[in-house]
Design a protein around this ligand. Sequence first.
Ligand SMILES: NC(=O)c1ccc[n+]([C@@H]2O[C@H](COP(=O)([O-])OP(=O)(O)OC[C@H]3O[C@@H](n4cnc5c(N)ncnc54)[C@H](O)[C@@H]3O)[C@@H](O)[C@H]2O)c1
Length: 332
Amino acid sequence: MEPASCCHPATTGRFRRCVVTGAAGFIGSQLCQQLARLGWSVIGVDAFTDSYDPAEKRLRAAQLSQLAGVSLIQGDLVELDLMPIMDGVEVVFHLAGRAGVRASFSLEDRYIHDNVTATELVVSASRAAGVRRLVYASSSSVYGDGEAPFREDAHPAPISPYGRSKLEAERCCLAAATQGLETVALRYFTVYGPGQRPDMGLRIFAEAALRRQPITLLGDGSQRRDFTYVTDIVAATIAAADAPVSGIAINVGGGSSVSLLDVLDLLRSFTAHELDVNIEPFARGDVRVTAADLSRARSLLGFVAEVPLEVGFEREVAWVRDRLEATEARSA
Ligand SMILES: NC(=O)c1ccc[n+]([C@@H]2O[C@H](COP(=O)([O-])OP(=O)(O)OC[C@H]3O[C@@H](n4cnc5c(N)ncnc54)[C@H](O)[C@@H]3O)[C@@H](O)[C@H]2O)c1
């Protein structure tokens, strides 16, 4: 056993127990890996929902199950008995949810179930079990088409069922701060990197470009996003476990707002060939600009985004290329 003095809890999780919901997701799986590296004891929960191919989630879960200190529970947060899962847990990282703006217009009930109802149950079980802190994965979608850069004290005005469900869940988490559960809601801005969800723009663009297929651009490409590399998001999420605040929302963004046309220019340079781009109308719920004001993240989490888009996107393109080549090799 290491002497207690060598291990500040903010820098190592040794002996600390946490729950990660959405553990088989894009971000949740990378959060679990990093927590395990830092010595946390991690209980991951995931339902392998059909939001995209569950095989991707099962593969991530299989990789996680190889790690020392990680155990996984399969089940829907709305149906599971959460009390035994929360027993002796210090921090809950609540990332489970149904992400994606476009699908939310036709699947509103699923979004309420996975984002609102599941969060209400996670919050009440966390309180009842005496969990110290809950860190919630909220979204820049709560701002809607607000004035950029978005500040956390701006009036939220989501323009999609997804954004509304994240705001409702966030409010439920933050309200619990007055009832004995420390809570922080992190408003993630467009997260990308290797392992990204298959419904997200950067991965869709990279897959089409590498397959030499046409890229469909919804809108004229002038829309701007504050792209945030996944390891930066993971670092901020872990920092939020020990931040000296509770009951507030904090933006986590990459720090620069980049247009989709600039993203396509980067993709051209990584693939070294021309892209076949088809322009279609803007998608419903698609905001024109996202940009995070990062003052709170800097002062309360010590957050500095380390991976710029041109570095992180090249890594994602390399990951997509490896995946496509492995699939081709299997079918040859
Ligand atoms: N990826 C982004 O750019 C982004 C941006 C803002 C906010 N977020 C939020 O971050 C979180 C993680 O996003 P992601 O991109 O990793 O998504 P993801 O879909 O890859 O991961 C979410 C995981 O939650 C699980 N899940 C959903 N509902 C569940 C339920 N009822 N019970 C148990 N498990 C359930 C899913 O099976 C999935 O594995 C989500 O809450 C999302 O809203 C993501």
